[in-house]
Design a protein around this ligand. Structure first.
Ligand code: EZ4
Ligand code: CO
Length: 420
């Protein structure tokens, strides 16, 4: 299709030619870790950037974009974000899935970026304007044992954090989710083929309440504390942990159990008043629907890059708002600064905001993705530049070629594969 031949009929009548998409390309780079970035160009010269990173499956999304999505974008009106979203979602016939929805998210994010730049407005203004001054974030503290973890939490408090996720090593286990050597830049995807880790839920369940008892003893009840169960427990085990943690006032217990069966959260809910968060691996509003409508969770963790972009995440948040469920977007380092920038505009607008996860990217990552958001005293502030405020230094990115990396897997003592 030439860039003059418009892909849709009446809907684009009267289109300003400057808005026609002339190119869409995918760049995979590894400035400290792998990122997939979509660059969309218009004839008028406005460029939009989207994040399409899916940890350990980067090339699947890159290929999906290159082979099946980008050729459909050229010639379309970049202003028609909704129509392009529906075209890519309904039009593909095959709906949902992490690969597809990450690709759609990248297109959507890039188009919102373009719309903001064309309007001369920051993205949060296009969404409806500011609902708050700043975005509360939580950082990740972790240590090899309880003493070490408590010290690390204190260090985060010293850095200004008002909310901190605490993860600790478990006696008898060589490694545990969320515990890393490098304390500022945790990245679990550590090998070209998955490394294997042992897991023992009973040892974990008996240990974690001691961590939070020690934490409250040392830091008091001022700072908010969070914990990520990373899908390791059954619903009954999660109910038991939630109950044991009640005296320590958790902000949330995250990913207590896998959520393919949304109904399984009912059992957890019936046993504890510890707030529950889930959804960092969700990619569709249908993944969240029963959890939200039955009020089985308190925070929904779906994020821009894995849940179909701003366009779809906004629908999830609006559904959640009806049931007093608040947002808590995933924000680990495998989500690029592009996703973080877009998420911060979303967080600045969304009425039912809860908290935003924030793990600092390495300096090399920040150099490749210059951005105008900034951290200060426990909060992130989105910038005022038009669009989402994150740019992409493609020349610098070329110096960091893709490196195959996958997430670990977990096995029980007898060798059974468990949820990592
Ligand atoms: O393990 O993003 O809450 N954060 C998390 C992350 C996830 C990684 C997986 O790619 O659970 O650390
Ligand atoms: Co998590």
């Amino acid at each position: 299709m030439t860039d003059d031949a418009l892909a849709v009929g009446e809907i684009t009548e009267g289109i300003e030619k400057e808005r026609i998409i002339t190119a869409a390309r995918v760049v995979v780079c590894s400035p400290g870790r792998n990122f997939v970035t979509l660059v969309v160009e218009t004839r008028g010269g406005v460029v939009g950037i989207g994040d399409a990173t899916l940890n350990g499956r980067e090339l699947a999304v890159a290929t999906y974009l290159e082979e099946h999505v980008c050729p459909n974008l050229v010639g379309r009106d970049a202003a028609n974000i909704e129509d392009i979203w529906q075209f890519l979602y309904r039009g593909a016939y095959w709906r949902r899935g992490a690969v597809t929805m990450s690709a759609i998210a990248a297109v959507d994010t890039a188009l919102w970026d373009i719309k903001g730049k064309m309007a001369g407005m920051p993205l949060y203004q296009l969404l409806g304007g500011r609902s708050r001054d700043r975005v509360l974030v939580y950082g990740h503290a972790n240590g090899r044992d309880i003493e070490h973890t408590v010290d690390e939490v204190e260090r985060y408090i010293g850095l200004g954090y008002k909310a901190i996720r605490a993860q600790t090593g478990v006696p008898g286990l060589e490694s545990a989710y969320g515990v890393s050597g490098d304390k500022m830049f945790y990245e679990p995807a550590d090998a070209a083929l998955p490394s294997e880790q042992r897991w023992d839920t009973r040892a974990y369940l008996n240990h974690i309440p001691r961590l939070f008892a020690a934490l409250r003893e040392r830091i008091g009840f001022g700072p908010a504390l969070l914990h990520d169960g990373h899908h390791r427990m059954t619903p009954l085990e999660a109910g038991r942990l939630g109950k044991a943690l009640e005296p320590f006032d958790l902000f949330w217990l995250e990913d207590a159990t896998p959520a393919e069966n949304q109904e399984s959260f009912r059992l957890i809910r019936e046993h504890t008043t510890t707030p529950l968060a889930v959804g960092e691996i969700f990619n569709s509003i249908h993944d969240c629907r029963e959890l939200i409508q039955n009020q089985l969770i308190d925070y929904i963790r779906a994020t821009v890059v894995h849940a179909g972009g701003i366009t779809h995440l906004r629908r999830i948040a609006d559904l959640a708002g009806l049931y007093q469920v608040r947002t808590g977007c995933h924000g680990a380092t495998d989500l690029s600064p592009v996703c973080m920038g877009a998420a911060l505009h979303f967080d600045t607008w969304v009425p039912n905001f809860g908290i935003q996860e924030y793990m600092r990217h390495t300096e090399a990552t920040d150099d490749v993705f210059p951005h105008d958001y900034a951290f200060e005293d426990g909060y992130l502030y989105c910038g005022e530049s038009p669009g989402h405020g994150v740019t992409f230094d493609e020349k610098l990115a070329a110096r960091y070629p893709y490196e195959p990396r996958q997430l670990p897997i977990a096995r029980l003592e007898d060798g059974t594969v468990w949820n990592w």
